[in-house]
Write a protein that binds this ligand. Structure first.
Ligand code: HAM
Length: 420
């Protein structure tokens, strides 16, 4: 029996990889415009990093981490997200000593042991960005502007931005208390997970997908009614800046997020196209995280996009792969040897060229040229080699011209420049 891949961990096959490269390329380009620099951190970290940052009572830490002991007995975890590892690195390398304002971005695989379904996988990829050192609401708006700019640049428009504020350690306890009091009265109708969450992580009850829980919490107290003056003022300024930047958004006071490190602004970019996996990007402010991890008391804000979800939205209009400029059809072994050297020469000059090594019939080779979607085919046999010229066929309109082999590179360059 052949060996298969692991459930929920996907291969990214050659016909999809063009879309991935496009999405990554645009992230490098757009994030660069906003002054963000790339950082690369390992996929494995000490387990404690995620327990301390994401929170012991979250679904991720309670049941979704790939955790194991290495051969020395250290508990290690495959990163379920990128913020904590990036902040660990920021603190460890004292990047704040060089500059207390750091704008960093990253891309790569993340791992969560979730039930796989469309848009939800066990190995998935994030493109994320983190801005450290500035708590001004302008930074929140700038990060959101960059996120919206990215979506526009990659041509994904079936998304909308939702924002909320989760308050701070000053105001959250009073909200939590009000929510717990509300939930206690309805405890018997909540699902068993939520009955447990009432004690461990009551805010998450608002996020439960079970219809009975949603119904029971429709009139739950709103976090926005419990913000302290500082958080309320911050949130209202974020909204003012978003409006000044003409970014569309809606306020969703039930958005609580699945990670404990958030303070103040949180947000999600949601879509109606992916069923229950509706968040294509998500993030927020985490003003206490860096000091909780042993670093300086610096604020931060960031987001991560799920690349598989971007690809699903993008697959409606896939990026076309680059077509070969030329297919060399060689008739006979001498011509094949010549074409082989010619192909290498043209590739070295930057042209995308293909040939078939098996010396099949001209018909079979032209079929291959069509399958590869080549723009031109050059037909070379012994007579053409002797004459130093060969027919060049335009594969799109079947027109043909005779080209001197010496001038082939120049002719192709001008023809391909015309059609690109
Ligand atoms: P998150 O909401 O857990 O936040 O994940 C961010 C995005 O990653 C989600 O909106 C979704 O698009 C994608 N994602 C999450 N889990 C899966 C999965 N199992 N399969 C496919 N895609 C998935 C974070 O990870 C935070 N670190 C974001 C952040 C950065 N907050 C501040 N800075």
């Amino acid at each position: 029996m052949s060996i298969t891949g692991i459930k929920g961990m996907n291969d990214i096959l050659p016909d999809e990889v063009g879309t991935w490269q496009f999405l990554e390329r645009e992230a490098h380009r757009i994030f660069g415009l906003y002054g963000f620099n790339e950082i690369r951190v390992p996929v494995l970290e000490k387990t404690e990093l995620f327990c301390r940052s994401i929170g012991e009572a979250t679904d991720i830490v309670e049941k979704e981490m790939y955790t194991f002991e290495d051969r020395s007995g250290n508990s290690l975890t495959l990163r379920p997200e990128g913020t904590a590892p990036v902040m660990r690195s920021f603190i460890e390398h004292r990047l704040h000593a060089q500059d207390p304002v750091a704008k960093l971005y990253y891309m790569g695989p993340m791992f969560r042991y979730e039930r796989p379904q469309k848009g939800r996988y066990r190995q998935f990829h994030q493109i994320g960005a983190e801005a450290v050192g500035i708590d001004d609401p302008m930074m929140d708006a700038q990060v959101l502007a960059m996120l919206c700019h990215y979506f526009k640049a990659v041509g994904i428009d079936q998304v909308s931005l939702q924002i909320n504020s989760l308050g701070c350690p000053e105001c959250r306890p009073a909200y939590r208390q009000a929510l717990v009091a509300f939930l206690d009265e309805r405890r018997s109708v909540l699902c068993s997970d939520c009955q447990r969450r009432c004690q461990t992580n009551p805010l998450r009850v608002l996020d439960c997908k079970v219809p009975a829980c949603q119904e029971a919490t429709t009139a739950a107290p709103s976090v926005l009614d419990h913000l302290c003056g500082g958080c309320a003022g911050h949130f209202s300024q974020v909204r003012t800046y978003l409006e000044a930047l003409e970014l569309d958004y809606s306020v969703n006071p039930r958005m609580v997020r699945g990670l404990d490190y958030y303070t103040k602004t949180t947000f999600e970019m949601v879509t109606g196209q992916l069923g229950s996996q509706n968040a294509v990007a998500a993030g927020g402010r985490y003003d206490g995280l860096i000091s909780d991890l042993g670093g300086p008391a610096l604020p931060g804000i960031g987001f991560a996009m799920g690349v598989e979800r971007l690809v699903l939205l993008k697959s409606q209009n896939p990026a076309t792969a680059q077509r070969p400029g030329l297919f060399l059809a060689a008739l006979g072994e001498t011509a094949a040897r010549h074409c082989f050297l010619l192909m290498n020469d043209l590739q070295q000059r930057g042209l995308k060229v293909e040939m078939d090594f098996s010396c099949k019939s001209l018909k079979a080779q032209m079929r291959r040229a069509g399958k590869l979607n080549a723009r031109y085919a050059l037909i070379v046999g012994d007579d053409e080699l002797a004459a130093g010229q060969a027919p060049l066929r335009n594969m799109d309109d079947a027109s043909q011209e005779t080209v001197a082999l010496q001038e082939l590179a120049a002719v192709l360059n001008s023809r391909l420049a015309d059609c690109s």
